[in-house]
Design a binder for this molecule. Structure first.
Ligand code: FAD
Length: 413
């Protein structure tokens, strides 16, 4: 390969650039990103940036040493794949052109790392979302003492914004359509365990409330009624923005569909149509997980950090498969909340410690297999359980329910 284009300048894009170079790629390298900033970390946006503790989350990178041309503030608008490339086994199955606001960018290797954009609600009233540093700074300036802040969505972002707003003296209401916070991410049983944290922080949590639209001055609810607000913040999830890939021939669903090595499919999801020259990674990729026997679309920092190395190896023709168990964390209401694994197919949840207490852990099991862990201010549990999940090791269900027994001792050898 002589020319690789990376589209998207978030963490995944940067990591792809770094991995390509560290794996010995010496050809041309260009990163094109719609934002005007070099890659920066997003997790602090809803934490330290909103709290006013930092204003710059740029990820350290020596772009000169990386030998990477940066096209910032430029957007990819289309993708034309080399027709020969439709046969992934043909020797000339390489290349194409990214159409962009900076002109046509020919490539023989392409990394798609365009992340995701927040979903917004209907209505013509002003609504804040939180994805970029500008949005974080703008929102922070509005979190002033006494301001009525209404947050739609008691997910990860909603909980973190509520934490910051309450700390800054705002009157905070969180409106959630499901019956518990984090119902989508953790399921209702585990999600319910986080509900008391809201009242404890002085935040009003209204669950089972659906929003019809955002209007000037607040929300209109689906069943009638309104909630008045000085500022409305919407944290109801994200979706990959794949509009620039439409018509390219790549298989797009909720994310760019890839195999376990992040090769994008040109056509049906079958080995013969996986492109060796086009990889997708980070929040925009729906990749095949052999571990779970299904596609995963993981919108979390750890995947954006680690998966691009596999994508870079793939692009360079090296054998690599990504099969990590997902991991993420959240800092909310003074707690460090960490989750690893996947409980989608688990048969039960087991408490480890009293969830009405300050520190506790919950684990999900199928038979004696540990599927997932949720640790609240118990980082050691997280680390040890994450290791057991990665290894697929069986555990003693009685021992793992005892918070005084280290998780590693509950693992059967
Ligand atoms: P992104 O960071 O979205 O980067 C994609 C980049 O591509 C963007 O700069 C975008 O502008 C650009 N782009 C998009 N379309 C185009 C185009 N057509 N042409 C050119 N450029 C384009 N995860 C955790 O695990 N824990 C946390 O505590 C946590 N907190 C978070 C807090 C916030 C406020 C947010 C927003 C996210 C948080 N995350 C957290 C998630 C984590 O930050 C993301 O998973 C990660 O940023 C994904 O990186 P990415 O590079 O795939 O995508």
């Amino acid at each position: 390969m002589e020319r690789v284009i990376v589209v998207g300048g978030g963490l995944a894009g940067l990591r792809a650039v770094e991995s390509l170079r560290s794996r010995g790629y010496e050809g041309g390298l260009t990163l094109v990103s719609a934002e005007r900033h070099p890659p920066y970390d997003r997790p602090p946006l809803s934490k330290a940036v909103l709290a006013g503790e930092t204003d710059d989350t740029t990820v350290d990178a020596d772009w000169d040493a990386l030998g990477c041309e940066l096209l910032l503030g430029e957007r990819a608008t289309g993708l034309r794949l080399d027709a020969h490339g439709l046969d992934a086994h043909s020797s000339d199955a390489r290349g194409g052109v990214v159409a962009s606001t900076a002109g046509d960018l020919p490539f023989d290797g392409l990394v798609i790392a365009t992340g995701a954009v927040p979903i917004t609600l209907p209505g013509d009233g002003p609504q804040h979302v939180l994805r970029t540093i500008e949005e974080a700074r703008d929102l922070r300036s509005r979190l002033t003492g006494g301001a009525r802040i209404v947050i739609v969505g008691a997910g990860w972002i909603g909980a973190e914004v509520a934490t910051a707003a309450a700390r800054r003296g705002c009157a905070v209401t969180v409106v959630e359509a499901a019956d518990t916070p984090l119902a989508g991410a953790l399921g209702p049983e585990a999600g319910a365990l986080t509900a008391p944290w809201y009242a404890e922080a002085g935040v009003e949590l209204r669950t089972g409330v659906k929003v019809a639209e955002v209007r000037d001055g607040g929300l209109v609810l689906a069943g009638g009624g309104r909630i008045d607000a000085d500022e409305v913040v919407v944290g109801v999830g994200v979706r990959p923005d794949l509009s620039w890939l439409e018509g390219s021939g790549l298989l797009l669903e909720r994310g760019v569909v890839t195999d376990g090595s992040f090769r994008a499919y040109a056509g049906a999801e079958e080995p013969g149509s996986a492109r060796p020259d086009v990889v997708a990674v980070g929040d925009c990729a729906a990749w095949w997980s052999a571990r779970y026997g299904r596609r995963l679309l993981v919108e979390h920092w750890d995947t954006a950090l680690n998966a691009p190395d596999v994508a870079a190896a793939t692009l360079l023709g090296q054998d690599a498969v990504y099969d990590a168990a997902p991991y993420f964390w959240s800092e909310q209401f003074g707690r460090m909340v960490q989750y690893a694994g996947s409980h989608a197919a688990s048969d039960r949840i087991v408490q480890r410690g009293d969830p009405s207490g300050r520190k506790w852990t919950a684990v999900w099991l199928t038979g004696d297999r540990l599927d997932a862990v949720l640790a609240v201010d118990r980082p050691r549990d997280l680390v040890q359980a994450r290791r057991a999940i990665a290894a697929g090791a069986p555990v003693d269900a009685e021992a793992i329910a005892d918070p005084d027994v280290p998780v590693r001792q509950a693992v059967r050898r």
